[in-house]
Design a binder for this molecule. Structure first.
Ligand code: PGA
Length: 252
């Protein structure tokens, strides 16, 4: 059995004031005392540097919720991978369903972002998942296949080594409706089988595939008990240090 280290990340989305972000970063840093689980937080862009300061000396990594598909230049409002690296970010979240479905990011655009971020030295948390309508029509595996192939097209093995995949069923995000451990396992195993076809055993066995969508301290243990569930991407429950730390603990 391959052993993959668990990865738990908190996506703060468009929440927190500066003071709240600093307090949350400091509390998470204080609560994570070992590196049994890889832990990362994804604050809003303007708070990255300040939250990064609170994480200094702790094993908690910093990530950004998005990144530009371009390296530099006349792209008003965009933030480049190099800028994120300079704020102390290790990770960028790419392809979150709120960006796919609310902002309208396409598969091609997501693939472009993944390439730019990896070329510039970031690691990527790549999100994918089906909508409720797609699941009701039994299309989820077709959707995963399309999303994996499109997002990862053209990556080298070395680049793939810096990817974490987050399976996030859209119907479970922010709804309180969590996927059952069996549903999560089925999806993760299918995604891993696609990685095996595309990249071979080594990449398929070493890539973390984490679950996201209404993760709480209460449902973490059940989800983590599944062989292909390697951690969690947490939204709402990451906004309180206590619940986020309880999820980290339950994942370890
Ligand atoms: P949620 O969000 O935990 O609030 O459902 C998860 C996510 O969007 O990453």
């Amino acid at each position: 059995m391959p052993t993959r280290k668990k990865f738990v990340a908190g996506n703060w989305k468009m929440n927190t004031t500066l003071a709240e972000a600093k307090a949350l970063g400091a509390a998470v840093a204080k609560g994570v005392t070992d590196d049994r689980v890889t832990v990362a937080v994804f604050p809003p862009y303007p708070w990255l540097t300040a939250v990064g300061e609170t994480l200094k000396g702790s094993p908690v990594a910093l990530g950004a919720q998005d990144v530009s598909s371009e390296k530099k230049g006349a792209f008003t409002g965009e933030v480049s991978p190099a800028m994120l690296l300079e704020t102390g970010c290790k990770y960028a979240l790419i392809g979150h369903s709120e960006r796919r479905h609310i902002i309208g990011e396409s598969e091609t655009f997501i693939n472009h972002k993944v390439h730019t971020a990896l070329e510039e030295g970031l690691s990527v948390v790549l999100c994918m998942g089906e909508t409720l309508a797609e699941r009701e029509r039994g299309l989820q595996e077709r959707v995963f296949q399309r999303q994996v192939y499109a997002a990862c097209a053209g990556l080298t093995d070395e680049q793939f080594g810096r990817i974490v995949i987050a399976y996030e069923p859209v119907w479970a995000i922010g709804t309180g409706k969590v996927a059952t451990p069996e549903q999560a396992q089925e999806a993760h195993a299918f995604v891993r089988s696609k990685l095996r076809q595309l990249y071979g055993d080594k990449i398929a066995d070493s890539t973390p595939i984490v679950y996201g969508g209404s993760v709480t301290p209460d449902n973490t243990v059940g989800l983590m008990s599944q062989p292909d569930v390697d951690g969690a991407l947490v939204g709402g429950a990451s906004l309180k240090a206590d619940s986020f730390l309880a999820i980290v603990k339950a994942a370890g």
